[in-house]
Structure formats: structure tokens, C-alpha cells
Write a protein that binds this ligand. Sequence first.
Ligand SMILES: *Cc1c(COP(=O)(O)O)cnc(C)c1O
Length: 361
Amino acid sequence: MADIRPQPGIMDIELYVGGQSSLPGVRDVVKLSSNENPFGPSPAAVEAFRSAAHALHRYPSTDHASLRAAIGEVHGLDPARIICGVGSDEILQFLCQCYAGPGDEVLHTEHGFAIYRIGALAAGATPIAVPERDRTTDVDALLAACTERTRLVFIANPNNPTGTMIGTGEIMRLADNLPPRALLVLDGAYAEFVDGYDGGAKIIGQRDNVVMTRTFSKLYGLGGLRIGWGYGPQEIIDVLNRVRGPFNLSEPQLAAAEAAVRDRAFADRCASENARLRVWLAEALAGHGVPSDPSFGNFILARFADEAEALAADAWLKADGIIVRRVAGYGFPQCLRITVGDEAACRRVAHAIGTFREDQA
Ligand SMILES: *Cc1c(COP(=O)(O)O)cnc(C)c1O
């Protein structure tokens, strides 16, 4: 009789539930549930993807030299200290796999991204949720939660689903006061949406205990293609490269990502449209009595009176063909996360929430 069992921790992982993408029987659906770029990817990235289709019989590059050089050029980083992965998710998993195991603790903020917990459990480590203050990363609470077993500290800056972020001084204070065996991971999935923010690159350049992860899924509109990257101290990048599959990224992925990062005009246009419409949407919702914290990402976390109102608003929006994200699983049953769409989508969701509130009154 076989006795096949998964490793300890695996069965504690809840299956990830993604944003909904269709509404049966409803046409003209607007999807604002997965923080996707409403303008899609750069046309240059689509063209590069198409061209790469001619060589699908060839194995891809194993060292991603061309993409790393492009990222290094655009961000002013040493390409040798960049690693590319299947989404930044894969880099986050490498970090857990390489630096945490049974008996080790992995800290993440209370309302942090689900992947931190999944990665920690998959590695057999113990994930620890640390309280936030006013829906914002709390450096004092993170430092207080550190023990000699702490190996990884994950913060998303800006964070999803809160949209809030902490400043460079606070990040440095966190990095400089961690126990010697703890590595700080700055998840910069939304860093590109923050004008003048380098995702922590400068802080990393001056320390040996900080890494950052970045993605092509959000600003670059390539979530469907799965490309991300990480940057950190050389020793750490060399460790991660040992567990990375040699052919983890295909040539169409690499070519599209390189074209996307080089198309600065397109990226800048997407970022400025997002900034403009994010303010407009937040103000429109506030005008309808639905507040949100100032967001630094491409979404806002709309706060309703309670869970019942959030559920009713979600149903109202769905009936109108608008899909947003319920975030009860992130500890916000009273909230809905709404991606900043294009102007028409923002007007449509604001109008629908206005009619919902009138109907409630
Ligand atoms: C979307 C997102 C990512 C990106 O994941 P990919 O695997 O690169 O698509 C990472 N972290 C956070 C907090 C996110 O919201």
C-alpha cells in the first residue's frame, strides 16, 4: 500500500483565486479586476513577439543577456545583478526556496500579496502576517516581529491591494535594523507608476541585505506573457540562478519584454494617463461617499460602510457589466479593489457607483 504524502506545509496553501474575467450573458464587459494596463502592451512588444514566432524550434537564450542589458540600460543598473523570471512570482518563489525552509520565518505585511505566504509554505517555512498601520506598511511592527528565525521580509511598495507605500527613509530604517540573517525583499510590481521612484535600486546598491522584484505585467501590459525580474547583491543573484531553470523564459517572452522596456514613450504615456485617471476616479468615488487612501498603483481600494454594502456594490457593478475585485481574502471584506481603466471605463464605474449609492439612499 503506497503512502504518498506532500511535503509539510503544502496542504496549508489555499488555492489562489484570480480576478474574474467574464460575466455569463453580459456583453460589453469592462474588466477592472486584475490591475491590467487598459492600453495593452506596446505595439513594439507585440511586433517583437510575432517576429520571434519564426524560430520556435530553437531553444531560447539561457542567460537572458539581451533583456538584462536592456533593463540595465533603462534603469541604470548592472546587468550582471539582474535575474529574469516567469513573472516576478517566479523570483519570489526562488527567494523562498533558496533562503527559507522548515523552522524559518517569513514575514509579510497583514494585507500583503498572497504569493508571499504561498512561497513560504511551499518551502516548508512559516509565514507570519505583521500588522499594518492605517493600511500602510509599519516598519516598527516588522522590526518587532523579527526573531533569530527570520529569513525573509516581504513588502510590496506600493502595496497591493492597499495602494499605499512607505518612503525611502523608512525602507532604509527597516533594512538597517534587520537581524543579520534576514533578507528584505522589495516587491516593486507597481514601482513604475510612482514618478521618480527607483523601486529601491539605490538602497540595494549600498547594502548586502536587500533585493527588489519587478514585473512586465502591470505598467507594460504583458501580464499574459509572464515576465519579471529581480535585482540585488551579486551573491544573492548568483544563488537564485542556481535554482532557475535554464530555459525558464521563451524567446517570444524575452523579445517582447526587451521591446517593451525600450519603448519609453509608450510606458511614460501609460504612467501619466494612470496618474491622471487615478486621481479623477478617487475624487469621483469620494464624491459619492466612497473613500479610498491615496493610491500609488494602478488601482484604488474603495472602502464601503461594511461587507454587506461592498457585496451589494459588487453585485450592482456586475449587473452593469463591470468586474472589480473583491478583497475579503486580503482582510478587506468591506472593500473593492478597482483597477484604473481608460477614461471611458473610469467614467462608467464612477457612474455605476453613483447610481448604486442613490439606490441605497
Ligand atoms: C501583480 C503583482 C505582482 C506581479 O506578478 P507577476 O508574476 O510579475 O505577474 C507581484 N507582486 C504584486 C504585489 C502584484 O500585485
